[in-house]
Design a protein. Structure first.
Length: 117
């Protein structure tokens, strides 16, 4: 499933919970625990809970995601707003924050995210 991200961001490939479970080699129940523990976040699209595919790093959640999600959640963002921010162009970074997280540059993303609080 693909859908557009924010107008100024990249297109997002969405995965359903069963898709995520298959990619991680886990059960859907374990994937739900990853949501509870904030290792992954999801939104509903057409009534189905979905996760951006880029949130997975091979057979595990993207390591830099959890701390960033918690920081944004503490700043008052809900999961929809977190995903929108991660995929929107961020002027201070010069690109969407998700690009920095994927590249392993979590400190710069968290610096910008902390300023939002």
């Amino acid at each position: 499933m693909t859908a557009d991200a924010p107008a100024d961001g990249p297109t997002i490939e969405w995965l359903t919970v069963p898709d995520v479970a298959e990619r991680l080699g886990e059960t859907p129940g374990r994937v739900n625990r990853l949501f509870d523990e904030r290792y992954l976040i999801a939104v509903r699209r057409d009534g189905i809970r979905v996760v951006p595919a880029v949130f997975l790093d091979g057979d595990r959640p993207l390591p830099s995601l959890r701390g960033t999600v918690i920081l944004l959640q503490d700043a008052g963002f809900d999961d929809e707003e977190i995903i929108t921010w991660l995929f929107s162009d961020e002027p201070e970074l010069g690109h969407p924050p998700i690009e920095s997280l994927v590249a392993g540059r979590k400190a710069e993303v968290r610096r910008v995210a902390a300023a939002l609080a």
